[in-house]
Design a protein around this ligand. Structure first.
Ligand SMILES: NC(=O)CC[C@H](N)C(=O)O
Length: 359
């Protein structure tokens, strides 16, 4: 049998069944989602992390490319109670080590008690516990991946939906899920996707009706370019953000962010809208949160479990952001109207700008 070891920060090593070979290191996190493994495994926000599925059976409805959020698997390694052959074949073909037949309840409990932690894994015929510990030794904290945007962003600007009649969106790709782009295109927007470190002048050149900061991996403070773009555009252009995007907007406008103990990852996170009193179920994948929105932003939605900010509006600026994933994929689609709302905000501003001055 192929050997497999998972070494957790602090030196606790678990033994499992080796499924896809290789060694890897990353921050170990867990998701409680019971479906949507294809979407989660291709979500760029999992870059440099090792993903544990708390649901015990992963892969029971196969692997289909049309459900992918990006063109590759992003977690560095995968841990589950039981992985099907389909998923194992896919992970092996992508060179992503995978381990199953271990007690994922124990890992989840460790992460809940100790917080998201560094992890090393080793899978193969001759690997030993020491190989997993050697990976752990070299593992960096998420915040120390200071240029993680370069690993997940487009290298050059790409335009989608040039023939669409709707708003012009400048999407800053900090590791964008494909569903964010398609949700905008379906609503007739033209989407110019820019690298995570795009220059202000390059973005200005497309004269956007909306600056949209995407989701992405790691610590928002490491996305200085995107923070600068929000600072530069917010006076004249509406700004939207999802997940990392919400955190970047807060950092840009005088607020602050912090690392959570173990974050929110799953497809049934309850969010309360403070104005309407309505609760919606949301998809989430984040380990940082807005700690203080600052004086220009107002928290309008909170997580029912821990009161953390889930939705933010600008006070004097046209700003609308979400900490959860309104685009779903995986998870509930109850929050898709976010895209209608941000495009309506963009369209109103575009109309105002189009009106010539009276005198
Ligand atoms: N999905 C995301 O955009 C994640 C945002 C950020 N990397 C976090 O972990 O909080």
């Amino acid at each position: 049998m192929t050997e497999a070891y998972v070494a957790l920060e602090g030196g606790h090593v678990l033994e499992g069944r080796g499924r896809a070979p290789g060694t890897a290191r990353g921050e170990i996190v867990f998701t409680t989602a019971y479906t949507g493994y294809e979407e989660s495994l291709t979500d760029p926000s999992y870059e440099e992390q090792i993903l544990t599925f708390s649901y015990p059976l992963i892969g029971n409805y196969g692997v289909r490319e049309e459900r992918f959020e990006d063109d590759r698997v992003h977690p560095r390694g995968v841990v589950a109670k039981e992985l099907t052959e389909d998923v194992v074949d896919w992970l092996a073909s992508e060179g992503v080590p995978a381990v199953d037949h271990l007690d994922t309840r124990e890992i989840v409990t460790d992460i809940r008690d100790g917080g998201a932690m560094k992890c090393g894994i080793a899978v193969g015929e001759d690997v030993t516990e020491e190989d997993a510990l050697a990976e752990l030794e070299q593992c960096k904290a998420m915040s120390d991946h200071t240029d993680i945007g370069a690993q997940v962003s487009v290298d050059e600007p790409v335009a989608h939906g040039a023939d669409n009649d709707g708003e012009t969106v400048a999407l800053i790709d900090c590791g964008a899920k494909g569903s964010i782009i398609s949700s905008l295109l379906e609503r007739d927007a033209t989407v110019h996707v820019f690298p995570y470190d795009a220059d202000v002048a390059d973005v200005e050149a497309v004269d956007p009706d909306l600056l949209f900061i995407s989701n992405g991996p790691g610590d928002p403070v490491n996305f200085e370019g995107a923070i600068t773009l929000v600072e530069e555009f917010v006076e004249d252009t509406p700004v939207a953000g999802i997940c990392l995007g919400q955190q970047i907007v807060a950092e840009a406008l005088g607020g602050s962010t912090e690392k959570m103990t173990f974050g929110h990852r799953g497809v049934n996170q309850p969010v309360l809208d403070l104005e309407s009193g309505q609760v919606v179920m949301t998809t989430q994948n984040h380990g940082y949160t807005v700690a203080d929105p600052g004086e220009h932003l107002e928290v309008t939605q909170i997580n029912v479990n821990d009161d953390t900010p889930e939705g933010i509006d600008g006070i004097e600026y046209d700003v609308l952001t979400r900490q959860y994933h309104p685009e779903a994929n995986p998870g509930p689609e109850d929050t898709l109207d976010f895209f209608d709302d941000v495009l309506a905000m963009a369209s109103e501003r575009a109309d105002t700008r189009a009106v010539p001055a009276d005198d």
